[in-house]
Design a protein. Structure first.
Length: 254
């Protein structure tokens, strides 16, 4: 995989040309692309191409636009200018955990064997199964089910064509859950939210969910899988064949 070419493709299709989420709108200019999802959605500056001369003015414009609402500036390590992170901090943004942008050909990951004895992976098909997945996220990440719960329920009921939720069951016990978002026009699928309860970690369940979602992406004709990976999951994904294209840090305001 040509890293530079795929990164350029990612920047163009997944940042500059990305479609709006349900109920949201995307504003595009030559300097930035932002998504406005209202009070409870994901508000974000997704892409920017700034210079030392105009960066502070564009940052101020976003602060004025979003006002008191929480929003994120999705910063990648190759974004210009080189001191953009420092400028965001000076403007009151708070950096969250740095993540690795990992990408892999979907067909290669789909071909991996990732069955786990005693565990079956299912596609979520009803509200009760979705509720079980949300409970797994609460157990794994400590989320209280607020904003994330609203996001997942909205996706499930209003945009099911572009997202699939998967659940790993040991017998009848939900032990891991994740979702995959399909960006068909871009040729990418994003793997999100993978988490496994403590007593089932280290047995390959996370890998099984990755392979299962890769197969769903291949069925839709998607070429690449994308993950924003924390240090806990990056080694697993690298062993599966994912390649680091960049690092990304969410800078949050409000």
């Amino acid at each position: 995989m040509d890293i530079d070419s795929v990164l350029a493709l990612f920047d163009q299709r997944m940042r500059r040309d990305i479609d709006a989420e349900p109920g949201a709108r995307v504003d595009r200019t030559d300097l930035f692309v932002r998504q406005d999802s209202g009070a409870d959605g994901w508000n974000c500056v997704i892409w920017s191409a700034l210079t030392e001369a105009n960066a502070d003015a564009v940052i101020a414009e976003q602060l004025e636009y979003f006002g008191d609402r929480r929003f994120e500036w999705k910063l990648y390590d190759h974004d210009e200018p080189a001191d953009l992170a420092e400028r965001l901090r000076d403007a009151g943004f708070v950096p969250e955990d740095e993540e690795a942008l990992l990408v892999a050909p979907a067909r290669e990951i789909a071909a991996t064997s990732a069955d786990v004895d005693g565990v079956r992976v299912i596609d979520i098909e009803n509200d009760a199964e979705l509720e079980a997945a949300i409970e797994v996220h609460y157990r794994v990440f400590g989320d209280d089910g607020g904003r994330l719960r609203r996001q997942l329920w909205t996706q499930w009921h209003e945009d099911r064509a572009s997202v699939a939720f998967v659940l790993a069951l040991a017998g009848d016990e939900p032990v891991s859950a994740a979702r995959v978002e399909f960006y068909d026009r871009a040729g990418f699928a994003g793997l999100w939210g993978g988490g496994t309860v403590q007593h089932w970690r280290g047995r390959g369940v996370y890998r099984a969910l990755v392979a299962h979602r890769a197969r769903l992406a291949v069925e839709r004709g998607i070429d690449y899988l994308q993950v924003d990976a924390l240090p806990t999951s990056e080694p697993i994904l690298r062993r599966l064949g994912f390649v680091r294209l960049a690092t990304t840090t969410p800078y949050v305001h409000g």
